[in-house]
Design a protein around this ligand. Structure first.
Ligand code: TYM
Length: 328
């Protein structure tokens, strides 16, 4: 069975962008692939985190995975730091990664711009992400558009390792949604919707109450004009809202255009809010049940056991190929 691996950082609130760009595909892929979905706490600490907030967010994101429809009987759901081999392979991968490759990463350039003290972990981050993927020999990696460059580096590292030490790693393919790979900010469609934006009106958090969702969407910026037409170059704001509508309703972009032909933006935005609420309200109810039950800890322990069995073996194999003396 082919394998799928992906991860989400437990920093701040998860947004509708994370859901549409990544989580929805996690749920879709779990029936046909052997899946590994993790909460990447080791990535989150590449920027400063409050200890209590990190712990709370890690549990919250794990619970959101289950609330979004990931079935722990099918997919291994776990916390990255619970599977220690990730760190070990990460170091091995770091030694094979060139400074120039890391310097070219746009996410590093964005996150370090204007800062005086930049942690070395933020710089080395893509080598840890490559280790995350290669450690399971994943075939497919469901992510949003912003992770494409990290995936390219992972593919290069797999090739580099294989040509130096003999074929071992699978070259992973990105799995990116056709529509919604980059959900944009509600206040500015030139920026990605992000949990780190200081203006909460710019994103829908998965745990925003229905009335907050309605308010945020009614205030979402729209292009001048009044036609509900998908044209990201000329109508970026309305096209972004249409992508969200399409994912939440299951309707195609053409069906949405036909439904609102000649009607202006008002009705479209009201209906959009109801579509988003209809997806997030049941998700929030499931989330609250999971948090109250405390069952997430059992799910994470089981997920870490299943993941470790594979990850530990990969590290052993890789060390052997690289010439480490293994303990007898
Ligand atoms: P992170 O935590 O920033 O985001 C998690 C996932 O959500 C997607 N995403 C979006 N998709 C569409 N529109 C948006 N506005 C939007 N915002 C976020 C991201 O593309 C991502 O798929 N480095 C990764 C985490 C990671 C990982 C991995 C992913 C660590 N190891 C191994 C895959 C495989 C990150 O920071 O994602």
């Amino acid at each position: 069975m082919q394998r799928v691996l992906s991860g989400i950082q437990p920093s701040g609130q998860l947004t509708l962008g994370n859901y549409i760009g990544a989580m929805q595909n996690f749920v879709r892929l779990q029936d046909t692939y052997q899946c590994f979905f993790m909460i990447v706490d080791l990535h989150a600490i590449t920027v400063p985190q409050e200890p209590e907030a990190l712990r709370e967010q890690t549990e919250a994101v794990a619970s959101l995975f289950i609330a979004a429809g990931i079935d722990p009987a099918k997919a291994a759901v776990f916390v990255q730091s619970h599977v220690r081999s990730h760190v070990e392979l990460s170091w091995l991968m770091t030694t094979m990664t060139y400074m120039g490759e890391l310097e070219r990463m746009t996410q590093f350039k964005d996150k370090s711009a204007g800062k005086d003290s930049i942690g070395a972990g933020l710089f080395a981050y893509p080598a840890l992400m490559a280790a995350d993927i290669l450690i399971y020999n994943a075939d497919l990696v469901p992510v949003g558009d912003d992770q494409k460059q990290h995936l390219e580096l992972t593919r290069d590292l797999a090739g580099r390792f294989n040509s130096r030490f003999g074929d071992y790693f699978t070259t992973p393919e990105p799995y990116i949604p056709k529509v919604g790979a980059r959900i944009m900010s509600l206040d500015d469609a030139s920026k990605k919707m992000s949990k780190s934006n200081p203006n909460p009106g710019s994103y829908i958090a998965l745990l925003d109450p229905p009335d907050v969702i309605r308010k945020k969407l009614s205030r979402a910026v729209t292009d001048s004009g009044r036609e509900v037409k998908f044209n990201p170059a000329e109508k970026p704001e309305i096209s972004n809202l249409m992508s969200i509508y399409s994912h939440c309703s299951g309707l195609s972009l053409e069906e949405i255009e036909a439904r609102y032909e000649g009607q202006g933006y008002g009705g479209f935005k009201k209906d959009l809010a109801e579509q988003v609420v209809s997806v997030l309200e049941p998700l929030q109810a499931r989330y609250n049940e999971i948090r109250q039950s405390g069952e997430i800890h059992r799910i994470l322990a089981d997920g870490a056991d299943r993941a470790s069995a594979i990850a530990d073996k990969t590290v052993r194999d890789v060390k052997e190929k690289m010439g480490f003396l293994l303990p007898k």
